[in-house]
Design a protein around this ligand. Structure first.
Ligand code: SDX
Length: 426
């Protein structure tokens, strides 16, 4: 493709144009400042690519999401979360022997070092689960010094994937004053998580097969999503040379915000507020449209999807099926559907391409599993972990990677003489 030309300060400067494998076009502005003295300005980076990547592809207009070339619909229907984690990190779906080895390693490493339990004891019972998760993941660097390459590093990837669900379940048990339930080696990833969350010493517990399958699918749907806020955070922290655990800990913190992964919790809180208010949808739709009102329709809108979020479509479909099969009549599901219908009849939302995103319906399914609302974003982090790891490894291995250090346009005071304000004695 012909280079892009920029005329600035009577200078005509050309920039190479990259075309991706899905025909996305980008200008390579590596030499922009050196050749013009100017920089670009793009708050929120809505028009700025930070890297070339081979992991995930999103077409926001067409509602397409693919992990390593496989459609999210195919993976959600036919694959398992452990297979998808392997795919994202290694680039290919595992053969049976490779799956067995990977799965066995995840089982083998799912225990926490007994000394790590002291961290949980130090927290108050109502500690925010995402801050517990972020802190304890960061502490893994102390227990397993982060070797950056070779076998040790691969083990650290496996340790993190294996232990995050144990950390999450332990933080829940701590929050309800129940004894920790240790991992069971005979259970798969999703089943073992539900077992660690809900088993109690006094009675046998076998995870519900439908809920296990549903959780596994939800984890797949959350596994990666290009250069979103938390993934960019993981890459940015890693670009400084910080180790994997520290970088992922930062990603967990970024994900906790209500505009990002925290939205799944905020959606349920919003639906409960609407229900308590007598289901007055128009009031809340109008609040969401009111520029003077900070209220937003949580679970609606997306930086990239301007038609529909394919993950939301899958989740909405399975929510009906799962609640139907379990005989659960959750009034919030009907409320969510009514709110979606009313919003999408309103030109404010349609004109801005605001549709339900991955967070709009996911909480309905977590509720059906008995997972408390304040743990919903932890569930998002469990799913996103393999994507964060894959993106971090890709950043480390990319020869083009430099420490992330954006520029700015300074709009402050010009040089001014120092004047002593008020009378001060040295
Ligand atoms: C995730 O990036 C990813 O890929 C993230 C994610 C992933 O998998 O990693 O997909 C996960 O974070 C999903 C998004 C979860 N967040 C929410 O549901 C919170 C509610 N949504 C919004 O806050 C918002 O839509 C964002 C944060 C998702 C996107 O913000 P943008 O791209 O910066 O869009 P914007 O705020 O500039 O909005 C554009 C317009 C504005 O109106 P105008 O200035 O044009 O008049 O749309 C309006 C906004 O006011 N708008 C909303 C709205 N979202 C956008 N108005 C009411 N309710 C909303 N939810």
């Amino acid at each position: 493709m012909d280079p892009a030309r920029l005329n600035i300060n009577d200078q005509a400067v050309e920039f190479p144009v990259l075309v991706g494998t899905e025909k996305e076009v980008g200008f390579d502005i590596l030499k922009l400042r050196g050749s013009t003295g100017a920089i670009t300005l793009d708050p929120g980076f809505a028009n700025t690519g930070s890297c070339e990547s081979t992991i995930t592809y999103i077409d926001g207009e067409a509602g397409i999401l693919r992990y390593r070339g496989f459609s999210i619909e195919d993976l959600a229907t036919h694959s398992t979360f452990v297979d998808v984690a392997y795919l994202l990190i290694n680039g290919q779906l595992p053969t049976r022997p490779l799956f067995d080895k990977f799965n066995q390693d995840l089982t083998h490493h799912s225990l926490l070092h007994e000394d790590m339990k002291k961290f949980f004891e130090g927290y108050p019972q109502n500690a925010p689960p995402m801050s517990v998760l972020s802190t304890i993941v960061s502490s893994l660097s102390a227990f397993y010094p982060g070797s950056e390459k070779g076998e040790d590093f691969d083990v650290n990837i496996t340790r993190l994937l294996a232990k995050l669900k144990t950390i999450a379940a332990f933080s829940y048990k701590k929050s309800i004053g129940q004894p920790y339930v240790y991992p069971r080696n005979d259970l798969g990833y999703a089943a073992d998580f539900l077992h660690m969350m809900f088993a109690v010493p006094s009675e046998p517990y076998e995870p519900n097969d439908l809920l296990v399958k549903t959780l596994d699918m939800l984890l797949i749907l959350h596994a990666d999503h290009e250069q979103n806020c938390s993934t960019s955070t993981v890459r940015m922290v890693g670009s400084s040379g910080a180790d994997l655990f520290t970088s992922i800990s930062a990603g967990i913190s970024a994900l906790s915000g209500p505009l990002h992964g925290g939205a799944n919790t905020a959606v349920i809180e919003m639906l409960e507020m609407i229900r308590a208010d007598g289901g007055d949808f128009s009031k809340y739709v109008n609040k969401a449209k009111d520029k003077n009102d900070p209220f937003r329709l949580m679970g609606f809108g997306h930086r990239v999807y301007k038609n529909f979020d394919p993950r939301a479509r899958v989740i909405k479909k399975i929510a009906d099926e799962v609640l139907g099969q379990l005989g659960i009549n959750d009034p919030l599901l009907d409320l969510a559907k009514q709110l979606e219908r009313i919003a999408l009849e309103d030109e404010y939302f349609v004109d801005r391409g605001l549709y339900p995103n991955v967070d709009f319906y996911s909480g309905i399914l977590y509720r059906a599993m008995g997972i408390p609302t304040n743990m919903f974003t932890v569930m998002f982090a469990l799913g996103r972990l393999p994507g964060w790891i894959a993106q971090w490894v890709e950043m480390k291995n990319d020869p083009a990677t430099r420490i992330y250090r954006p520029r700015q346009i300074y709009m402050g005071e010009n040089l001014r003489p120092y004047v002593q304000i008020g009378h001060r004695t040295k």
